[in-house]
Structures are given as structure tokens and as C-alpha cells.
Design a protein around this ligand. Structure first.
Ligand code: ZN
Length: 333
């Protein structure tokens, strides 16, 4: 920070217009290549050079997943502001106000409904840019609202967490959101509706210890950090070096904590396929009798203790010579 950046740069920016090299180019945090801003947005913020998945804002996620990017948001309950009158270096109310002004949202969660693959669905998404996507009472409220909406609409619920954990400024009240969100998920499951979680970078702390890990299907974005405590804390506790890629989506897939790691470009198609499979109550194909079993159904009891192979052979023989009686003349014996 000096005279050049504070004074000269804004003046130049005002002269040449809004678009300066800073806003036109973005550096990939993984491969450090410079990416043209518009190119990056078109690629859904996936680095075209190394495939690194950058964080995505909540609204962009909704546009990405719903059919034609078309959805309706629902009004969420007015958040209770600063119940503990919390203050660290700054007041909680100040931090909250700042996040609200920067995002235009009241809190870190957005609940929307629309269609995915032609079928209704409810999505609840956390925005990491709003106070680290931390879970306070408002996020708990949003999860409950989303669950009840899903039940009301007989629609599956999809949660997309991206959060540092519980909101410490709300103390015990934020911890109470853990059981609260679990109950919300239970309401969806009790109604026999699918609950799918898309774990985005990062999903940690209290969020990973509650609704984020309860999906019927757990999908993770490539490279996403997913875990409860930070790697450094774990290392200091167990006094052991942690393996390469610890707490990353691919590591969790290898160890059975998530069901699939899905590229962002394939996410919508994957969800459509999953929902179709989970919601389709009809059998996958027309039911036809297995070949060789249609004729011998009534006779199967007569074969007594004969092995299955022998039984099948017998039935084949019967098919060839249906007029023969079924006792004592098995040609294979
Ligand atoms: Zn990259």
C-alpha cells in the first residue's frame, strides 16, 4: 500500500474505464497460469490448464445445475442478529454487516427450487465468501426450510456445502445447528426422498460433522478439502506425518468416505442420472422369465435335493421332450 496503489491507480482506472488487467485476468492458485476472466467464467471456474476447481459463488452454482439456469429462491426466516453480543477484535454485527453488503445476501445460505432434468428438486447451497460459509442459526434455519420445501414438493434435496464450520461468533447456538440440520435431513429421508450432497471446497468443521456427511449419495468436487479438524491439528495430536493428499476428495474416495469425485462440468449430468435412478420406482426393464425356467416351474419341487445344475439340465431335457414323464429318466445321470 503506497501512494501509487492508493492514489495513482484509482485515477488511471477512472480514466481508462472499469476493466483493468487485474479484473481481466485471474491466476490459477494451482498451476499459477494467468487465465482470461471471461474464459474462466465460461469454464465454470475450472482452470483450463490444470483442471483445478476454483470456488464458485452460490448463485453461479444454482445457474449451473438447474434446467436452463432457471430457479426460484425462497424467502428464509429473518436471522436473529448477534444473540450473544459477541465481540472479538471487532463486533460480530460489524462483520455480519460487511458480509451482507459485499454479497447482497442476509446470510451464507441460499435455498432454491426448480427442475433438474425435468424433475423438481430443491437445492440448498452455502457461500464460502460469506463469513467462510460458517454455520450459524440462519444456516440451520435454511436447512430446515429446504427440507420442508422438499417434502412439500415431493422433491429430492441437494445440499452443496462449502464452509469452514460452525460460526464461532454464535457460540453454543451455532453448535446446536449440528443436530438441527441432522433433523432436517431426517425429515427428507423419512419422506422417502433422496438427499444428495455435493461436497465443495472446503467442507470442514461442524458442517462436515452434520448434514454434509449424511447424503444418500456423497459426491465431491475434485481436489476439495473435506474433513473435520485441520491437518496441522491432527498432526500435532497424533504426532505423525499425514499421507499425501490427506483430506482431499480423491483420498476420501479411495477410503470410502465419498461415493464419487465428479468434475464440475459433469456434475449436472451426474445429478440427473442419479435422481432418475433413485426416483424411478419402476423396474429397470420389462420383467421376463429367465430362459429355461418358464416350463419347469411346477416341476421344481419333484427334484428334491438335486443340485441346481442338475435341476437345470433336467428342465432342459424336459423342454426337448415335453411328453416324457419327469421321473427316473434324466438323460444326464
Ligand atoms: Zn491451473
Amino acid at each position: 500500500m503506497n501512494w501509487l496503489t492508493n492514489f495513482v491507480r484509482p485515477k488511471i482506472q477512472a480514466l481508462v474505464g472499469k476493466e483493468t488487467p487485474d479484473s481481466l485476468w485471474e491466476k490459477c492458485p494451482s498451476c499459477e497460469q494467468m487465465i482470461f476472466h471471461r474464459e474462466l467464467e465460461a469454464a465454470q471456474r475450472v482452470c483450463p490448464h490444470c483442471g483445478h476447481h476454483m470456488r464458485l459463488r452460490a448463485l453461479a452454482r444454482l445457474t449451473l445445475l438447474f434446467d436452463d439456469g432457471d430457479y426460484q429462491r425462497i424467502e428464509l426466516p429473518e436471522p436473529t442478529v448477534d444473540p450473544l453480543k459477541f465481540r472479538d477484535r471487532r463486533r460480530y454485527t460489524e462483520r455480519l454487516k460487511e458480509a451482507q453488503q459485499a454479497s447482497g445476501e442476509k446470510d451464507a445460505t441460499i435455498v432454491a427450487h426448480g427442475k433438474i432434468g425435468g424433475a423438481p428438486a430443491v437445492i440448498v447451497v452455502l457461500d464460502f465468501s460469506f463469513m467462510g460459509g460458517s454455520m450459524g442459526m440462519a444456516v440451520g434455519d435454511a436447512l430446515i426450510a429446504a427440507a420442508r420445501l422438499a417434502v412439500l414438493q415431493d422433491a429430492p434435496m441437494i445440499a452443496i456445502p462449502s464452509s469452514g464450520g460452525a460460526r464461532m461468533q454464535e457460540g453454543i447456538l451455532s453448535l446446536m445447528q449440528l443436530p438441527r440440520t441432522v433433523i432436517a435431513v431426517d425429515e427428507v429421508k423419512e419422506a422417502g426422498l433422496p438427499y444428495i450432497v455435493v461436497l465443495a471446497d472446503p467442507t470442514t468443521g461442524g458442517v462436515s460433522a452434520s448434514f454434509a456427511m449424511l447424503g444418500d449419495v456423497a459426491i465431491a468436487e475434485p481436489g476439495a478439502l473435506i474433513g473435520f479438524a485441520g491437518a496441522r491439528v491432527i498432526e500435532e495430536t497424533i504426532r505423525e506425518a499425514l499421507p499425501e493428499g490427506f483430506q482431499r476428495a480423491e483420498y476420501l474416495l479411495e477410503h470410502g468416505m465419498v461415493d464419487m469425485v465428479t468434475h464440475r462440468h459433469a456434475l449436472r449430468e451426474t445429478l440427473i442420472r442419479l435422481l432418475a435412478l433413485l426416483r424411478d420406482k419402476r423396474p429397470a426393464a420389462e420383467i421376463v422369465p429367465l430362459p429355461g425356467t418358464s416350463m419347469g416351474v411346477g416341476d421344481s419341487s419333484t427334484s428334491g435335493g438335486a443340485s441346481k445344475g442338475a435341476q437345470n439340465d433336467k428342465e432342459k431335457a424336459e423342454q426337448k421332450e415335453p411328453e416324457k414323464p419327469d421321473e427316473g429318466d434324466d438323460p444326464d445321470r
